[in-house]
Design a protein around this ligand. Structure first.
Ligand SMILES: Cc1cc2nc3c(=O)[nH]c(=O)nc-3n(C[C@H](O)[C@H](O)[C@H](O)COP(=O)(O)OP(=O)(O)OC[C@H]3O[C@@H](n4cnc5c(N)ncnc54)[C@H](O)[C@@H]3O)c2cc1C
Ligand code: FES
Length: 288
C-alpha cells in the first residue's frame, strides 16, 4: 500500500513537497449553514493519506485558487481524508459547490502537529471556539483510540449559537463516554437551547483537570485563544504546557514565499501549532 509521506520542506525535494495530487469528493456533510465537511479519496483509489493531528493541506480548486485547510478526519482511518471548511470567499465558496465525484487538488500534509505524543501520561485540556474544533478533532480521535495513555481528557467547545455547533453526532458520542468530559457553551442561546451561555473561558473553572500536570491545546479566534491562555495562566498552568494554533495567509505552505511570516517564524512550517512560550511576544500584540 503506497502512503503519501508527511511532508516538510526540509529533507524532501521541493518538487515532491509542492506536488498537487487529484482527489475525488466521496461525500459532503452540511455541518452548519456555511460550513461543510468533505470526505476525499485519492483518485487512484489505492493510496492512504498519512497525517498527524493538527496538520493542514493546501486544497486547490481548479481554475480558482488554493487555500490552507486543516485535516479534520480520523488519523486512524488513513484511507479517507476529511476537511471541514467555512465558505468565506472565492475558493472556499467554490469548494462548497463541489459534488460527489468532482476532483480537487491536494498537496500536503504540512505544518507542525499538536503534541499528542508529549501529552501521554498527562491530563489533556482541549479548548476550542467555532471552526477551531476542526483542527482539534483528529486529536480527539487519536486520544480515544489510545485512551489508556492519557489522564483526564476535557473538551471545552464554544459556538456563537446552537445552530453553529459542528460535529453533532461526534459530540453526542463523546458526551456519552465516561472517560471524556465535554462542556459546550454558546454566545447566544436560541431555540430550545438549555445549556451553558457565555464564552469558553467561563467553562474553565468547572473543568476537572490537574492544572500542574496537563497539556492544553487551544484553537479558535485569536481573541478567544488570548483569553483562554490568560485564564489558564491564572490557574497556574505553565506556559510550556499550553499550545495554540495560528492562522495566517499562505501561498506556498512550505516555508518558501514568506506570506505567512510572523516575527521570525513561518506559520506554515514552524506552526500552525506553537508552544505558547515560543510565540508569546507576538501573540499578545493586538495587531499582527
Ligand atoms: C493553517 C490554516 C488552517 C486553516 N484551516 C481551516 C479549516 O480547517 N477550515 C476553514 O474553513 N478554514 C481554515 N483556514 C482558513 C482558510 O484558509 C481561509 O478561510 C481561506 O483561505 C479563505 O479563502 P477564500 O478564497 O475562500 O476567501 P478570500 O476570498 O481569501 O476571503 C474572502 C473574505 O473572507 C475573509 N476571510 C478569509 N479567511 C477568513 C476566515 N478564516 N474567517 C473569516 N473570514 C475570513 C477575508 O478577509 C475576505 O474578506 C485555515 C487557515 C490556515 C492558515
Ligand atoms: S506560506 Fe509561503 S512561507 Fe509560509
Amino acid at each position: 500500500m503506497e502512503t503519501i509521506p508527511k511532508n516538510s520542506a526540509a529533507g524532501s525535494g521541493e518538487a515532491e513537497v509542492m506536488s498537487v495530487r487529484p482527489f475525488k469528493v466521496m461525500s459532503t456533510i452540511k455541518e452548519t449553514e456555511d460550513t461543510f465537511s468533505m470526505e476525499l479519496a485519492s483518485d487512484d483509489g489505492a493510496r492512504e493519506f498519512d497525517f498527524e493531528p493538527g496538520q493542514f493541506n493546501m486544497l486547490y480548486m481548479l481554475g480558482v485558487g488554493e487555500v490552507p485547510i486543516s485535516i479534520s478526519g480520523d488519523p486512524t482511518k488513513p484511507k479517507t481524508l476529511v476537511h471541514t471548511t467555512r465558505a468565506v470567499g472565492m475558493v472556499t465558496g467554490g469548494m462548497k459547490t463541489l459534488k460527489t465525484g468532482d476532483i480537487i487538488g491536494v498537496r500536503g500534509p504540512y505544518g507542525k502537529p499538536w503534541p499528542v505524543k508529549e501529552a501521554e501520561g498527562r491530563d489533556v485540556l482541549l479548548a476550542t471556539g467555532g471552526i477551531g474544533l476542526a483542527p482539534l478533532r483528529p486529536v480527539i480521535y487519536h486520544i480515544l483510540a489510545h485512551r489508556e495513555k492519557y489522564g483526564k481528557v476535557v473538551l471545552l467547545y464554544g459556538a456563537r449559537s446552537p445552530e453553529e455547533i459542528l460535529y453533532r453526532k461526534d459530540l453526542e458520542k463523546w458526551r456519552a463516554r465516561f472517560d471524556f468530559e465535554t462542556f459546550l457553551t454558546v454566545d447566544r442561546a436560541t431555540g430550545s437551547w438549555r445549556g451553558n451561555v457565555g464564552v469558553v473561558t467561563t467553562l474553565i473553572g468547572r473543568a476537572p483537570f490537574d492544572h500542574t500536570h496537563c497539556t492544553a491545546m487551544i484553537c479558535g479566534p485569536e481573541i478567544m485563544m488570548r483569553f483562554t491562555v490568560l485564564e489558564l495562566q491564572k490557574r497556574g498552568v505553565p506556559d510550556i504546557d499550553i499550545f495554540v494554533s495560528m492562522e495566517r495567509n499562505m501561498k506556498c505552505g512550505v516555508g518558501l514565499c514568506g506570506h505567512c511570516q510572523m516575527g521570525a517564524s513561518f506559520v506554515c512550517k514552524d506552526g500552525p501549532v506553537y508552544r505558547y512560550d515560543r510565540i508569546q511576544g507576538i501573540f499578545t500584540k493586538r495587531e499582527l
